[in-house]
Design a protein. Structure first.
Lengths: 112, 114
């Protein structure tokens, strides 16, 4: 089955700096890679996703890049703000199913 | 409804009791998922329903856990003879279609076994 590894587990940046979170996956057939943001005590919310037919996708200050050859994908947040502080999870599908396997999460702290 | 609704939001139960957790997915979403999140931990897959297909139960941690989805809509996760290690937030999510798409999560049920 799919195995998703996520690094780093914690990340502290100064407001205005960039943050990068990386994930690797094991199933070469995986074709969909979402990122979720979970604020303290709240539900995970989808912030961006990418399908395997593109290498990069941007939405304002966030972007996701995908390297299918190396089987890794990354979340990039530019011009970080305190409200970006949260736990971020990556995920990849298990086999030819809709079941997502999640990474272990990255706690991002943006220092004002 | 407008979102995924879960009830109760909090449940405290005594060890050994049975509990039922309810999830009402977004109308029209064909897929429904249950995950478990222990304190400060990641999202552990439990079970997945897709349309009328047999559910994928591969993530259920023991035979004390079961789930059903009636009429392709509401789902109930049942934990029998609860143990302290069952304490966690149980998250339900739903998604549209038969190809993989982003999930919409509910707010979860926080289960505490005392």
């Amino acid at each position: 089955g799919e195995n998703v590894e996520q690094h780093p587990s914690t990340l502290s940046v100064q407001e205005g700096d960039s943050a990068v979170i990386k994930c690797t996956y094991s199933d070469s057939a995986s074709n969909y890679f979402p990122w979720y943001k979970q604020e303290l005590g709240k539900r995970p919310q989808l912030i961006i996703d990418i399908r395997s037919n593109v290498g990069e996708k941007k939405d304002q200050r966030i972007a996701v890049t995908l390297n299918k050859t190396a089987k890794h994908f990354s979340l990039h947040i530019t011009e970080t703000q305190p409200e970006d502080s949260a736990v971020y999870f990556c995920a990849a599908p298990s086999g030819a199913t809709n079941k997502l396997i999640f990474g272990t999460g990255t706690l991002l702290a943006v220092q004002p | 409804g407008a979102g995924v609704s879960q009830s109760p939001s909090n449940k405290v139960t005594e060890k050994g009791k049975d509990v039922e957790l309810r999830c009402d997915p977004i109308s029209g979403h064909t897929a429904l998922y249950w995950y478990r999140q222990s304190l400060g931990q990641g999202l552990e897959f439990l079970i997945y329903f897709q349309g009328n297909s047999a559910p994928d139960k591969s993530g259920l941690p023991s035979d004390r856990f079961s789930a059903e989805r009636t009429g392709g809509s509401v789902s109930t996760l049942t934990i029998q003879r609860t143990q302290q290690e069952d304490s966690a937030v149980y998250l339900c999510a739903s998604s549209f279609g038969f190809t993989v798409n982003g999930y919409t999560f509910g707010s979860g049920t926080r289960l505490t076994v005392v």
